[in-house]
Design a protein around this ligand. Structure first.
Ligand SMILES: Nc1ncnc2c1ncn2[C@@H]1O[C@H](COP(=O)(O)OP(=O)(O)O)[C@@H](O)[C@H]1O
Ligand SMILES: [Mg+2]
Length: 257
């Protein structure tokens, strides 16, 4: 039997009223995401991607339709219940890191744990462990502006995973990073989420990231469609395998023994 859905949206519609005009940001979005899936959403600017993530993340409400997170219907929930659900079940990674500038990397990761009521010793252990897993064990005491963009985003990923959420929502998390750094950051998110069996929904235009997707969706004008993830060709696999070997040893790959 298949595990129950982690995210389910039913006919979500969202309209924004701007003066006399009504903007239809979502026009009936229905989707079902399962535990541990790595889901990529692409689509042109203005197609409704951020609106969809914000509604799934309980940061915004649909005009009609409903969202269920881990089987719980959000539509009837009061603000306090939504805050609690968000804190325990959802992790966010935004385009611009959103780390708290006066807190160290370690403290930024600890904060959601402490807010959720985890005891300080346990919170510290978990934060250290997560920063180790995003390869920042030697940067725990740095303030955000003492870290590179890629490092900051890895802290944001550790923070998003702190409370072992069921869902990670990442809205263009590599938007302001160079391609290589961005791909490496998403690779870390992919591995950590898989280890923790979290479902990831990531908005990105990075083809390397899309090639890792378990499921690929495209949004256009408020409508979502599922496509086939483009698997990398054999050639690309080989190129990647060669690139993973240190440069000084690459030559020896092509020499007979
Ligand atoms: N708060 C808002 N008020 C009015 N219109 C909005 C608001 N937020 C988004 N929109 C409009 O909704 C549409 C979808 O926006 P958005 O979800 O941000 O798209 P994307 O993330 O795909 O670029 C756009 O046309 C945008 O202008
Ligand atoms: Mg957006």
């Amino acid at each position: 039997m298949q595990a129950p859905a982690v995210v389910q949206t039913e006919k979500l519609e969202k309209s924004y009223r701007l003066g006399k005009n009504v903007v239809k940001a979502l026009r009936g979005v229905s989707l079902t995401l399962h535990p541990g899936e790595f889901v990529v959403v692409t689509g042109p600017s203005g197609s409704g991607k951020t609106t969809l993530l914000n509604i799934i993340g309980t940061l915004d409400k649909p005009t009609s339709g409903r969202v269920l997170i881990d089987g719980q219907d959000l539509s009837g929930m009061k603000d306090g219940q939504l805050t609690k659900l968000r804190r325990h079940k959802i992790g966010f990674v935004f385009q611009f890191h959103n780390l708290i500038p006066v807190l160290s990397a370690l403290e930024n990761v600890e904060l959601p744990l402490l807010t959720a009521g985890v005891k300080s010793k346990k919170a510290r252990e978990r934060a250290h462990s997560l920063l180790g897993r995003v390869e920042l064990a030697d940067r725990t005491d740095h303030l955000p502006d003492e870290l590179s963009g890629g490092e900051q985003q890895r802290v944001a990923i550790a923070r998003a995973l702190a409370n072992s959420p069921k869902v990670i929502l990442a809205d263009e998390p590599t938007g302001d990073l160079d391609t290589k750094t961005g791909s490496a950051v998403v690779q870390v998110m992919y591995e950590l989420a898989k280890q923790e069996n979290a479902t990831v929904m990531v908005v990105t235009h990075d083809p390397v990231v899309s090639s890792r997707a378990d499921r690929l969706f495209e949004m256009r004008d408020g409508v979502i469609n599922e496509g086939k993830p483009a698997r990398p060709s054999v050639e690309q696999h080989l190129i990647r395998a060669v690139e993973s070997v240190p440069p000084e040893r690459q030559q020896s790959l092509f020499q007979p023994n």
